[in-house]
Every structure is written in structure tokens, then in C-alpha cells.
Design a protein around this ligand. Structure first.
Ligand code: ZN
Length: 157
């Protein structure tokens, strides 16, 4: 296993370090429709995700606002910020699809170029695969998203 970098700047790259240093969408949403929190006791990471839903177009429910608050290492903070950035303006269904694509990326599955286009700057997190214990950190905000979407699905049934 690769050692964990003490100074990850050079190893993780500009996109990750930018989101780590200036995380986006951290402010809590006062009237969230969906909320989920995940905790990783192994490294003390915590991710809290909130969504505020917008108007429904046909069967599609849009995501109007996202808040992703992460505490812990640089990777979970960067991942939460990138997640929030990328959910803005998507529908709930597109968010679920994106989450699956991101899992595939982190698990090293070969992805077609159309999937990589869809992932956009999230692809920067692929570097984390070189530090296997950190993969969980990158995924934790997405686990919170999936839990939130599950609760939403149950509620609307
Ligand atoms: Zn971590």
C-alpha cells in the first residue's frame, strides 16, 4: 500500500487542492427536503448532505440547492465540494446516475468517454485510487447522497 502523503498538494493535483482550500456549498440549507449524514469512524470523517428540491418537470424532480458539509481529511472535503458543485441543476434521477458513475470511477471500472464527459472535473478524484484507504473518504459524501435519495424514494411512494 502506498504511504499517505504528508503534503498532498503535488500528489492530488490542482482541482482537488482548490476544492479543499475553498470548499463550495458548505452553508446549511434552512429548508432542506433531503438530509443525510455519514460518519467514518476509521478516520473521523463526517459528511452532511442536504438537498432542496425544485419544480417537477414531467416525472423529473430538479435539485435546486445543495449543501455538502464535510469534516476530516483533504479528500473528503474536496469530494464533498465537487459533489455539491456537480449536483447543482441536475434532476434527482441524474444525481443517482452520477453517483453510480463516480463509484465506477473510484472502483477502477473502465468508463466510456461519454461517462467521463458526464463526470467532468470529478475525474480529478481518480488519483485517490493510488491511496486505497482514502477511497472511502472520497466516497463518503456520495454514500450520504445515496442514503438521502433512498429516503426520498421511500417518502414519495
Ligand atoms: Zn478521510
Amino acid at each position: 500500500m502506498s504511504p499517505l502523503p504528508d503534503n498532498p498538494d503535488a500528489l492530488y493535483g490542482d482541482v482537488i487542492m482548490d476544492h479543499y482550500r475553498s470548499p463550495r456549498h458548505r452553508a446549511p440549507l434552512p429548508n432542506a427536503d433531503v438530509e443525510a449524514e455519514e460518519f467514518n469512524p476509521f478516520c473521523g470523517d463526517r459528511a452532511t448532505l442536504q438537498l432542496r428540491l425544485g419544480p417537477t418537470h414531467g416525472n423529473a424532480v430538479s435539485i435546486q440547492d445543495v449543501s455538502a458539509l464535510a469534516e476530516g481529511c483533504s479528500i473528503i472535503q474536496a469530494s464533498a465540494s465537487l459533489l455539491a458543485d456537480n449536483l447543482q441543476g441536475r434532476t434527482v434521477e441524474q444525481a443517482a446516475d452520477l453517483s453510480q458513475l463516480f463509484r465506477d470511477l473510484m472502483q477502477g471500472k473502465p468508463l466510456p468517454s461519454v461517462a467521463l464527459d458526464e463526470l467532468g472535473d470529478l475525474e480529478a478524484l481518480e488519483v485517490v485510487r493510488q491511496y486505497p484507504v482514502r477511497i472511502k473518504c472520497a466516497l463518503l459524501p456520495w454514500v450520504a447522497l445515496e442514503e438521502g435519495l433512498r429516503r426520498l424514494g421511500r417518502r414519495s411512494v
